[in-house]
Each structure stands twice: as structure tokens, then as C-alpha cells.
Design a protein around this ligand. Structure first.
Ligand code: UDP
Ligand code: MG
Length: 315
């Protein structure tokens, strides 16, 4: 078993896969680290898988997993984690936005403190080239997640290195709808931070458009906290208070004899309350859908091919 497994999910990264492989191998080789690179092809529609197979054929330390379709980054991450055999498993993006030099730094932190530090997480020193509005949303999102889960998620990323103990703990978590970034904090263990500058994407486009990011944010919050459902209760309480005030006001008007309450007030109240009800039902419905999805116990991913994994490795 190697010392270090590096899991690299890739979706339509045909040009980044070879570049990432050569940069990471060169660096780890030059420091005599015993490693395996595990590329996970997340249902790419370009030549990503061909590139991975070529790499796997040329170097047995480069392993490749081909998923049957695009399962999303979370699925790809867990496919890699479950197949990794290293004493430590690191996760990094394929587009070299996660600098290999930081990977080495994380490895050294772990290796010099074996048995003590089980997780090394890389935090973003800056957020790279991002629009201000996006940055604002990200900040709000992590604040919410932080408040709800009690985990410090500011500037967190999926760029992490986990000791075997932490990986096994993570893999024992049974949920289907995963959120790696938060789950790897939730398992506890002593965690050390390193900081990195988010680099430029070497080629290709980001897979996280505004729409995907919003969906990912909602998914992450709800997979980690049921607090949004409490909003329903809060909305109920607020509506009730408003109703009390209005009721008292109407009664007062009636008693003082000028009950010229308008039809429009009724309509307005109707609209407000039905909006709150629909909004609340929406939130509950969302959780119901999540429960339904979890209940189906479907796999997090489906593997089509695996290259360079011998029988001794877990599959
Ligand atoms: N990725 C993946 N499956 C997806 C979307 C993304 O495996 O459905 C991979 C992608 O190939 C990259 C990493 O996740 O290695 C991060 O994606 P990206 O660079 O697009 O995200 P960003 O850096 O813009 O947040
Ligand atoms: Mg990227």
C-alpha cells in the first residue's frame, strides 16, 4: 500500500488530466514519496477517459476509475476515497487551481505528525478570480452553514489530506447525499490548516455555473442541517403575531364605530399568508424529497471501469 493516495475527480478535463498527472508525479517523485494517483472520470463527454487510460498504461502508480455517468463532484470524490489504499488520502482538483506545492506541504504536516494530526485542510487565502456577487454569496453561504452545523467552514475547500483513520470514519457515514467539505470536519480528529492561493484554471471552463452553485449550496445546507424547516415555525409565529395585531386593531375600530376596514386589507392578508404557506410547504417538500432519495439507498456512484487496481486493493 502506498503512503499517499491522491484522488483527483475530473469532468471534461481532457487537457488538464495529463498536465495534472505530470506535475503532481514529478513533485512527489522528487521528494521520494510513495504515492498513487487516482483519477476519477465523472462521466466526461470529451476525451478525458482516453487520456486517463493512456496515463494508466504508462505508469502503474496512476490509477483510473471510470464512472458510468456524471454523478457530480461529490460522487467522484467518494468513488476515489473508497478505492484509495494509502495511509493518507489527499483530494485535489484536476485544473491545478489546487497547487501541487501545497499538496506537498500538507503531506509533510501529516508525515511529521503521524498519529497526531489526522486531517490537513487547505484553506483559501484568496478566492481567485471571482465576481464580487459570487464572493458575497459564498460568504453568506458558509456563514449559514457555520451557524447551523457549528463547523468553521470559512474559506474551506475540498483540498484536504486525511489520515486512514479519518478516511475510514468518513466512509462509515452511510448517507447517500454527501457533502465532503463538511463531513470531513464533522468526523472530528485533530486538524491542521495550511493556506493556499487559488490559482488560475489551466484550461477548460469551471463546472460550477451560478445555477449549479446555487443548487449545490441548497443541497449542502439541507444535507447538513434541518434548520431551514424551523423557518416554517418562525414564519408561523410571525404570521400569528401579525394576525393578533390586526385582530386587535379591527376590534378597536369596531368598538369605536369606524369599522371602515377595506377589502384590500383582506386580499393583502390572504396573499401574505398563502405565500408563507406555500414557501413553507416548499421547504418541507424539499426535505421530504431528500428523505425519499436517501431511503432508496441507491449507490453514490456506479463504476464502469477500473484500471491499475489489483485484487489486493479494495474495490
Ligand atoms: N468535477 C467533477 N464532476 C462534476 C463537476 C466537477 O468531477 O460534475 C471536478 C472538476 O473536473 C474539477 C473539480 O471537480 O477537477 C472542481 O471543478 P471546477 O474546477 O469546475 O470548480 P471550481 O474550481 O470552478 O469551483
Ligand atoms: Mg477549478
Amino acid at each position: 500500500m502506498p503512503q499517499l493516495s491522491v484522488v483527483i475527480p475530473a469532468y471534461n478535463e481532457q487537457d488538464n488530466v495529463p498536465r495534472c498527472a505530470s506535475e503532481v508525479s514529478r513533485l512527489l517523485d522528487s521528494h521520494n514519496i510513495d504515492y498513487e494517483l487516482i483519477f476519477v472520470n465523472d462521466g466526461s463527454t470529451d476525451r478525458t477517459w482516453q487520456r486517463m487510460s493512456q496515463l494508466a498504461a504508462s505508469d502503474e502508480r496512476i490509477k483510473a476509475i471510470n464512472l458510468s455517468r456524471n454523478f457530480g463532484k461529490e460522487g467522484a470524490i467518494f468513488a476515489g476515497l473508497e478505492s484509495a489504499g494509502g495511509d493518507a488520502v489527499a483530494l485535489m482538483d484536476c485544473d491545478l487551481q489546487h497547487p501541487p506545492a501545497t499538496l506537498l506541504e500538507m503531506y509533510n504536516v501529516w508525515n511529521n505528525n503521524r498519529g497526531e494530526i489526522d486531517i490537513v485542510e487547505a484553506r483559501k487565502k484568496n478566492r481567485g478570480k471571482e465576481k464580487t456577487i459570487y464572493r458575497l454569496f459564498a460568504k453568506l453561504f458558509y456563514k449559514m452553514i457555520g451557524n447551523m452545523s457549528g463547523l468553521d467552514m470559512r474559506d474551506a475547500s475540498d483540498f484536504k489530506l486525511l489520515d486512514r483513520r479519518a478516511v475510514d470514519a468518513l466512509l462509515r457515514m452511510p448517507e447517500r447525499l454527501t457533502f465532503f467539505r463538511a463531513m470531513s470536519s464533522w468526523v472530528g480528529f485533530r486538524t491542521e490548516k495550511v493556506y493556499f492561493d487559488v490559482g488560475e484554471r489551466t484550461s477548460g471552463k469551471s463546472k460550477f455555473s451560478a445555477r449549479v452553485s446555487i443548487r449545490y449550496a441548497i443541497h449542502s445546507i439541507t444535507s447538513f442541517s434541518s434548520d431551514p424547516m424551523q423557518l416554517v415555525t418562525v414564519a408561523g409565529v410571525i404570521t400569528f403575531l401579525i394576525a393578533l395585531v390586526f385582530g386587535a386593531n379591527t376590534l378597536y375600530n369596531k368598538l369605536t364605530g369606524n369599522s371602515a376596514e377595506g377589502f384590500s386589507t383582506v386580499i393583502l392578508l390572504q396573499l401574505v399568508t398563502s405565500a408563507i404557506i406555500m414557501f413553507s410547504l416548499g421547504i418541507i417538500g424539499y426535505y421530504l424529497a431528500k428523505i425519499y432519495e436517501e431511503l432508496k439507498h441507491r449507490p453514490r456512484y456506479i463504476i464502469k471501469d477500473k484500471l491499475n487496481f489489483d485484487d489486493k486493493d479494495k474495490s
